[in-house]
Design a protein around this ligand. Structure first.
Ligand SMILES: [Fe+2]
Ligand SMILES: [Fe+2]
Length: 143
């Protein structure tokens, strides 16, 4: 397959994936209407919000194929980078907070708190990784 065909296939897959995200958004909203359980509601809300984000990211990928290629190598990236570095430091601190919180619960059987903190820690690590990968891309372009 040519590069162009591959990209068209990618965009097609993104559109199919978006349908699943829409279904996930509707399904999680429905479950939230069915229950007052705070934990179930919180989990459904997380998944709903994430699905909305995923939909937007998929759209960005589609647009980068069908409308305009996203160029990383721009002055905008350099201009904002000081602020990004500050944010990288902030995210690192949140990971410390998660570790500290989990430490406080060591030996406890508070499954709900442990479950929620584990989610938060994984999410903060995800933010950290997202920024680390961005940093890697930047370094490869501005050595
Ligand atoms: Fe998703
Ligand atoms: Fe974060």
């Amino acid at each position: 397959m040519s590069m162009k065909e591959n990209l068209e296939r990618l965009a097609g897959t993104m559109k199919r994936w978006q349908k699943l995200e829409n279904a996930a958004i509707a399904q999680t909203a429905r479950i939230m209407e069915e229950t007052e359980h705070p934990l179930i509601r919180a989990v459904m809300e997380v998944i709903k919000n994430d699905s909305e984000n995923h939909y937007r990211i998929q759209q960005l990928i589609i647009d980068s194929v069908e409308k305009e290629y996203i160029n990383v190598f721009t002055d905008d990236l350099v201009k904002v980078w000081d602020s990004i570095e500050k944010h990288i430091a902030l995210e690192k601190k949140t990971i410390e907070m998660a570790a500290e919180s989990l430490e406080a619960l060591e030996g406890s059987k508070n499954v709900v708190q442990l479950y929620l903190l584990d989610y938060l820690r994984a999410d903060e690590e995800k933010h950290d990784r997202l920024l680390a990968d961005l940093d890697r891309i930047k370094r490869s372009m501005y050595p």
